[in-house]
Design a protein around this ligand. Sequence first.
Ligand SMILES: [Mg+2]
Ligand SMILES: [Zn+2]
Length: 196
Amino acid sequence: MARPMRIKNARPDPDGTTSRPLAVLFDRDGTLVLDVPYNGDPARVRPVPGAAQALARLRTAGVATAVVSNQSGIARGLLTRADVDAVNARVEELLGPLGPVLVCEHSPDDGCSCRKPAPGLVLQAAAALGVPPQRCVVIGDIGADVGAARAAGARPVLVPTAVTRQEEIDDAPEVAADLAAAVDLLLGVAVPAGPP
Ligand SMILES: [Mg+2]
Ligand SMILES: [Zn+2]
């Protein structure tokens, strides 16, 4: 990653949300797999490096996982729900069991309650796993993921990519350089403090 990055991983814990999470809800595109806009082709799925290992570490630690993904390409007529399901199946084939996969099929103009940064997908995933949203972490690559976590009362962790905007990084309460660092943060593995 060329961009200098602050790792913000120390904060007070008044509400217990920095204790070990019961579940981690992952954004899909740009977080678990490389972002191919409106991808409906399983053959084009490429995991983000470290994604399989990050998921495996969480499974081993007994932390449940899920995926929360905006797929407005469905509303836009660019791909079908079956396409999205086929891509999700390929992601699971490459990365191992993901847990529940929650998808928003709407467009930004639909005013739905599930398209991130609205909280709906996060709340649905938490309900599917039977855990309170306050004990869930959302890992994503853009501000909408952070916003959805906040709106649902979950804990956001941003893992930026080259396309993440600096304002989104500045706004995120916790930022990790990659998925391995994010899991270190969540499982309480000691990591060197970043520059202030
Ligand atoms: Mg994303
Ligand atoms: Zn929606």
